[in-house]
Design a protein around this ligand. Structure first.
Ligand SMILES: *Cc1c(COP(=O)(O)O)cnc(C)c1O
Length: 361
């Protein structure tokens, strides 16, 4: 069977080598005679899978010793609730950088537990840019700062966060760009990401949390308490075994590629190729005007009319390039080009974009 080129924003494309390995091990993982989907999460084979996944993620992101890695469920969306629930204990004030749909949802949840101040927002321009802000804009008494590093829907990314005093706690939603490049984990109090964009499959959420932030609020429901999850090494209950296994395969693949600096160079090159084509085209236009704000994971663009947008999406689909329709709040097209997308795939997209233009003559 021919495989399509899948530009979905999430769940999204996986490296072919990862799928082949999962297929090869499907009926008998590591010589156990069982699939990962069937085995006990307390079995030595699964415990090895979990330990290796954590070790490989620690290597990839150079996670310091004083950070816990948690493998949780509930998606990034449950973190919108768990973060304020676990971190707000004093002033109950949170500072937000508001850059799109995912900060909006996180703001709504934080308001259940405390008060929110929006330090900077790009809502007035339908989130087509990253708003300007500096370290001095944050509240003295906010208990943490929440921002989204890559805005999956609007196709923007925040590359440089101003340097903050050590006392500030920075929380970052990295759902759609984690593992796309190296990061400095020690700058953050908490990093979280749903796995189904750039890390694996749906059903797993990874939380990386500095250990002094565990147990700030007593008596939380155990499943929603980072300390309980950390004390039980993500095995307080049955963890999402197969999604953890799949993420482990992705981590192993990333290490074999040479790690995140190598991935960053590849991702930058893919995005540059596509944006350069779109910028030079008299037909298409990226929806994010400033190059510095443009996501290298989710490339949003339009043709001259919504009718032509729809016609292009259909044209591309007939050629095996699927899920290129943009999110309804932006319109146009969105090409998600995560780690699993090759530069050859992006070249194919550009060829098809060009063929469509020729047809309009
Ligand atoms: C997809 C996404 C989410 C929501 O993820 P779920 O796992 O579906 O809850 C949150 N934040 C960002 C940046 C996303 O891209």
């Amino acid at each position: 069977m021919e495989r399509v080129i899948n530009f979905s924003a999430g769940p999204s494309i996986l490296p072919l080598a990862v799928l082949h390995k999962a297929q090869a091990e499907l009926l008998s993982a590591q010589g156990s005679g069982q699939s990962v989907m069937e085995m006990s999460h307390r079995s030595p084979v699964f415990e090895r899978i979990l330990a290796q996944a954590e070790a490989d993620l620690r290597t990839l992101l150079a996670i310091p010793e004083n950070y816990k890695v948690l493998f949780l469920q509930g998606g990034a969306s449950l973190q919108f609730t768990m973060i304020p629930m676990n971190l707000l204990k004093g002033t109950k004030k949170v500072d937000f950088i508001h850059t799109g749909e995912w900060s909006k949802k996180a703001i709504a949840e934080a308001k259940r537990f405390g008060s929110v101040r929006i330090v900077a927002s790009s809502e007035a321009t339908n989130f087509n840019q990253i708003p300007a802000f500096s370290a001095s804009d944050f509240s003295e008494d906010a208990e943490y700062i929440h921002y989204v590093s890559n805005n999956t829907i609007f196709g923007t990314r925040l590359t440089e966060f101003p340097k903050l005093p050590d006392s500030k706690i920075l929380v970052c939603d990295m759902s759609s760009d984690i593992l796309s490049k190296p990061i400095e984990v020690s700058r953050y109090g908490l990093i979280f990401a749903g796995a189904q964009k750039n890390m694996g499959i749906a059903g797993l959420t990874v939380v990386i949390i500095r250990d002094d932030l565990l147990g700030r609020v007593p008596n939380l429901p155990p499943m929603l308490d980072y300390k309980v999850q950390a004390d039980n090494s993500s095995m307080y209950n049955t963890p999402p075994c197969f999604p953890i296994y799949m993420a482990g395969l992705v981590f192993e693949w990333l290490l074999a590629q040479g790690g995140l600096s190598v991935m960053e160079a590849k991702n930058e090159a893919k995005a540059k190729l596509l944006y350069d084509y779109l910028d030079a085209s008299p037909f298409y236009r990226p929806t994010v005007p400033l190059a510095k704000d443009r996501s290298i994971m989710n490339v949003c663009f339009v043709s001259p009319t919504p009718e032509l947008d729809a016609a292009f999406v259909k044209f591309a689909e007939a050629k095996g390039l699927v899920n290129l329709k943009g999110h309804r709040s932006v319109g146009g097209m969105r090409a998600s080009i995560y780690n699993g997308m090759t530069i050859e795939n992006v070249q194919t997209l550009i060829r098809v974009l060009d063929e469509f233009v020729q047809r309009q003559r």
